[in-house]
Design a binder for this molecule. Structure first.
Ligand code: SF4
Length: 401
């Protein structure tokens, strides 16, 4: 397949899907410094004409102000000469994604609909608990993967998010929680999961670069042990994720037979269950203290039988995986093809896995009153997407025989 020079192929579950790699330049012509490394900031300053020695010093100061202090304008950067502020402000910005809508659930869950400078919407969710708070971060606008239980899967991929838009989500959450400067103690935002919209391993470079800034001790300073990357099973990228990012791994498993997983997570047709579990077994850094999490959404009469639970235990044992299983009651959305398993079924499933020696907590649904399931806020006001219409048409055709 021929692609235009500025497009890169992203492997989808059926065909490669070309998406524009580069984000369009900002309308005001400025460069956003959020998402840049120290060296990239220095390079940007030099390219704008700053003398190299000064650029080296300024890049360190800017890095500190941006990522440690959460500055959103150059005027607040007191150790940078006042006379230089306008020069910086004319050429550079320190922005966050724009907030289109912010909601707070009765259980404290917060959800934001965000907009990129080129007008695309994506989501971020903060889930507070007694002793921690987890931010669910998006990596793409839309998704190529069409997992059938997932609302984001009904949206076609628009584009990858940039490192700045990924780090920007964390920074925006910190703004909102009042957690600047970066400090290790007393934070509400303690954990990050790359589990929002998109498949992070299809936007590997940007996710890696963003998480490196998040993990940098002089940056946002969150430990890699508190960051989890969730993949639907992009097997060829998993080892690199372990080596180059080194965060915890979560896998959207959701089924234990080829037939059912092919249906629920179509990527399974490309990378099957056994191949996926072998990649998990080889994931660098996984051990009993840092287990791999298997996400398992509970779908009535689809993947929730006793036999499924026994098979799950068998598979995890076969690959000797240091694992825990998160059982997620399905949060239905309009037009979804599935229903949630009954509470009794979920309990029975959990017990079987637990008796198999594997922790299998049932996740309490959070933020249901604000449609906090991934992708719901974005599309609540939108019409059915093309992907969903295609799927419905296919089903209709199949039914007609
Ligand atoms: S579960 Fe993740 S990978 Fe699958 S469609 Fe939804 S956003 Fe994409």
């Amino acid at each position: 397949m021929q692609t235009a020079p500025n497009l890169m192929p992203i492997p989808g579950h059926v065909d490669p899907v070309p998406v524009p790699r580069a984000t369009p330049a900002r309308a005001d012509g400025k460069m956003d410094l959020v998402g840049l490394t120290r060296d990239q900031i220095r390079g940007a300053l030099e390219a704008a004409g700053m003398e190299p020695k000064q650029a080296k010093l300024r890049s360190k100061q800017l890095w500190h102000w941006i990522y440690n202090r959460g500055a959103t304008s150059f005027e607040t950067m007191t150790d940078i000469a006042k006379a230089q502020h306008p020069w910086l402000a004319e050429r550079f910005a320190v922005d966050r994604p724009a907030v289109v809508e912010a909601q707070v659930s009765s259980d404290g869950t917060r959800k934001w609909l965000l907009r990129s400078t080129d007008g695309h919407d994506f989501e971020m969710v903060f889930i507070p608990d007694a002793d921690r708070g987890t931010l669910c971060v998006s990596s793409q606008v839309g998704c190529t993967l069409n997992c059938r239980f997932c609302h984001t899967g009904t949206m076609k991929l628009v584009r990858n998010l940039t490192p700045g838009e990924i780090v920007g989500q964390v920074m925006l959450a910190r703004d909102s929680l009042g957690e600047w400067p970066s400090q290790p103690e007393g934070r509400m935002l303690t954990n990050i999961v790359m589990m929002g919209m998109g498949e992070p391993l299809y936007n590997f470079d940007a996710v890696r670069d963003a998480l490196r800034i998040v993990m940098d001790g002089d940056g946002l300073a969150l430990s890699k042990r508190r960051i989890t990357l969730s993949t639907s099973g992009v097997v060829p990228m998993m080892a690199r994720a372990g080596e180059e990012i080194g965060v915890n791994l979560a896998v959207s498993l959701h089924a234990v037979t080829k037939e059912v997983r092919d249906e629920i997570v179509p990527l399974n047709k490309k990378y099957g269950i056994e191949e996926l579990l072998a990649a998990c077994a080889a994931y660098p850094g996984a051990n009993n203290a840092r287990r791999i999490t298997f996400e398992y959404v509970m779908l009535k009469d689809k993947n929730d039988s006793d036999a499924d639970a026994h098979e799950l235990v068998r598979l995890i044992r076969k690959y000797k995986l240091p694992a825990k299983v998160n059982l997620i009651p399905f949060n239905p959305w309009e037009g979804a093809a599935y229903e949630c398993s009954t509470p009794e079924r979920i309990r029975a499933f959990s017990n079987i896995v637990f008796e198999g020696g594997i922790s299998a907590p049932v996740r309490t649904p959070r933020g249901r009153d604000i449609d906090a399931a991934c992708g719901q806020l974005k599309t609540s006001a939108e019409k059915r997407s093309r992907a969903e219409l295609d799927r419905l048409a296919e089903e209709k055709q199949a039914a007609l025989g």
